[in-house]
Design a protein around this ligand. Structure first.
Ligand code: SAM
Length: 273
């Protein structure tokens, strides 16, 4: 377990993921109380003065977002959520999915975050202390989420693996499809990196074969996918997407690729299945 999200916190991929998670949560909440299950929760909060300084990914991501003057509504909503963690103005803290969600929980809502790495789990537990309806669980998120989703019909599930294990694409697709097969009212959002098209297409085919049904595919390609050793972009694949998801994803992926991308950057938003 070498993965440390602290190197990547606040990068362009976090911005895409978190702007969409906030919007998706709002859509689910409009239908009544919601349970959010986060299979790979991470630490919940990242100090950008640490590993992120060396990687410079936050500098190219959240710092540029916060400095930008004309943010469309979904990007503005993320900026506002990040500002809550940085009351003095300077951006030194980046909130992860657990904290972004926990702060938005309303009466009857619930959040469960799974985290495999014990020191990261300890950080997550600390971050969630103030939120009575939010909790952290140790262990493997893929293994545990099916049982938890079965007990929470209509759950909103986020699957956000590090993609360091060779089977992460398969496990993410199989878990997402299994949740939808068992509960067609659930909504599952899977984040993936985009390195080359073949890997990404294989992931989408596996979802389809697994019976995942209709999916929104929101791609933010920061550069053409010519070097498969690099993270050239990222995607959020949303199973059972709510109405308006295409427009929302176009707003987020469009802004990120236009403002943070290189030559040849582009957003692709489409429906599969
Ligand atoms: N979802 C978080 C966010 O948006 O703030 C970021 C999560 S980070 C990309 C992935 C996390 O998953 C890491 O903290 C890693 O330790 C954890 N992890 C890796 N394999 C796991 C597994 N099988 N089950 C649960 N957590 C796992």
């Amino acid at each position: 377990m070498n993965y440390r999200h602290s190197f990547h916190a606040g990068n362009f991929a976090d911005l895409v993921k978190h702007a969409l998670v906030l919007w998706l949560l709002e859509q689910r909440q409009a239908g009544g109380p919601v349970t959010v299950l986060d299979t790979h929760a991470g630490a919940g909060l990242y100090d950008l003065a640490g590993d992120a300084v060396r990687s410079r990914e936050a500098e190219a991501g959240i710092n540029r977002l916060m400095a930008s003057g004309d943010r469309p509504p979904l990007i503005e909503a993320l900026a506002a959520a990040v500002a809550v963690s940085n009351p003095d103005g300077a951006i030194s803290i980046y909130p992860g999915s657990p904290l972004l969600v926990a702060r938005r929980l309303r009466s009857g809502d619930r959040y469960v975050g799974f985290e495999l790495n014990p020191p990261v789990l300890a950080l997550l537990e600390d971050v969630l202390i103030p939120f009575a309806a939010a909790g952290a669980r140790g262990g493997d998120g893929y293994d545990q989420v099916l049982t938890e989703a079965a007990a929470s019909p209509g759950a909103f599930v986020l699957i956000d693996p590090p993609f360091e294990q060779p089977d992460d694409y398969h496990r993410a697709a199989d878990t997402a499809a299994a949740i939808l097969r068992a509960d067609p009212k659930a909504m599952v959002a899977v984040w993936t990196p985009m390195k080359d098209m073949e890997t990404f297409d294989g992931f989408l085919r596996r979802l389809e074969r697994g019976g995942a049904g209709r999916a929104l595919v929101a791609e933010a390609r920061l550069r053409p996918l010519t070097n498969p050793m690099k993270m050239n972009g990222c995607a959020m694949v949303v199973l059972n997407p709510p109405p308006g998801a295409e427009a929302a994803a176009s707003e987020v992926c469009g802004w990120v690729t236009e403002r943070l991308g290189e030559a040849g950057a582009r957003a692709e938003v489409w429906i599969s299945g």
